[in-house]
Design a protein around this ligand. Structure first.
Ligand SMILES: Nc1ncnc2c1ncn2[C@@H]1O[C@H](COP(=O)(O)OP(=O)(O)OP(=O)(O)O)[C@@H](O)[C@H]1O
Length: 241
């Protein structure tokens, strides 16, 4: 029997903007239960890679597969239905809606009514947002908005979770707490998690694997300790201590 397809795979993905090659022949795969951080200097291509995977951008070349299925030409909502969860930028999407209604609405996009309600209730409790269920989204404090972002990304019961700087702007203790929760939920639900982050404490403290981009190319992909010691990564990105 052949091995199961990875949850998510990118094969020689490339995308240029005019003369700038933002993502250049990037290949990687993500298995169930893995937490992979994508890091690199400003302009390395992280946001472009995420947009290619989520479907906001089409690649010039290469393929994106979800559980073996080619989704390269599918729009974002079709990828979401096939199991790709991502952050929504909650405040802009939900207007004056209450937090609870927002999570329920997101769950209803992909799940039948009874499951959507149960899923929303479970996530609100799991993320410590119960006291804020009726609070309008624009009235939420920053840290609660980041928790809501995560609840929304998880609402559709995804297989792959795509998190673009999930803890940006939070205090260090809050960052560690939220990332610990992400890992716990991912382990419980056997998800694959792909995240970008500029805070190296978060990256090396919480990723099971780290992929480093530089000028659109993968310069390292491996366990955090090996990546941290990699001389090319040190020279181009992390610097020497
Ligand atoms: N829509 C666009 N039009 C033109 N150039 C773009 C566009 N999006 C990205 N680029 C260019 O592509 C390269 C990669 O940008 P990208 O935003 O993907 O990098 P990044 O690693 O996410 O950077 P940061 O860490 O600063 O967010 C950069 O040179 C950027 O200027």
């Amino acid at each position: 029997m052949s091995a199961p397809a990875p949850l998510l795979s990118a094969t020689t993905l490339a995308r240029a903007f005019g003369g700038v090659v933002a993502v250049d022949a990037v290949s990687f795969s993500l298995a169930a239960g893995e937490t992979l951080a994508v890091i690199g200097p400003n302009g390395a291509g992280k946001s472009t890679l995420f947009a290619l995977i989520a479907g906001q951008l089409r690649p010039d070349r290469g393929q994106v597969r979800l559980e073996g299925r080619d989704v390269t030409r599918l729009p974002p909502h079709r990828r979401a239905r096939l199991g790709l969860g991502r952050t929504f930028q909650a405040p802009r999407v939900f207007g004056a809606l209450g937090l609870g209604e927002g999570v329920h609405l997101a769950a209803s996009l992909c799940l039948p009514a009874a499951r959507a309600r149960a899923r929303a209730r479970m996530l609100i409790a799991r993320l410590g947002l119960e006291a804020l269920t009726d609070r309008p989204v624009p009235a939420l404090a920053y840290g609660d908005l980041r928790r809501l972002d995560l609840a929304l990304a998880l609402a559709t019961s995804p297989r792959v979770l795509l998190l673009d700087e999930p803890v940006a702007g939070m205090a260090p203790a809050e960052r560690a707490q939220l990332m610990t929760l992400v890992r716990a939920i991912a382990a419980e639900e056997n998800l694959g998690v792909l995240f970008t982050e500029h805070d190296m404490d978060v990256v090396f403290g919480h990723a099971g694997r780290v992929l480093v981009l530089d000028h659109g190319r993968v310069i390292a992909d491996g366990p955090p300790d090996a990546v941290r010691r990699d001389p090319v990564v040190r020279q181009r990105y992390l610097g020497t201590p």
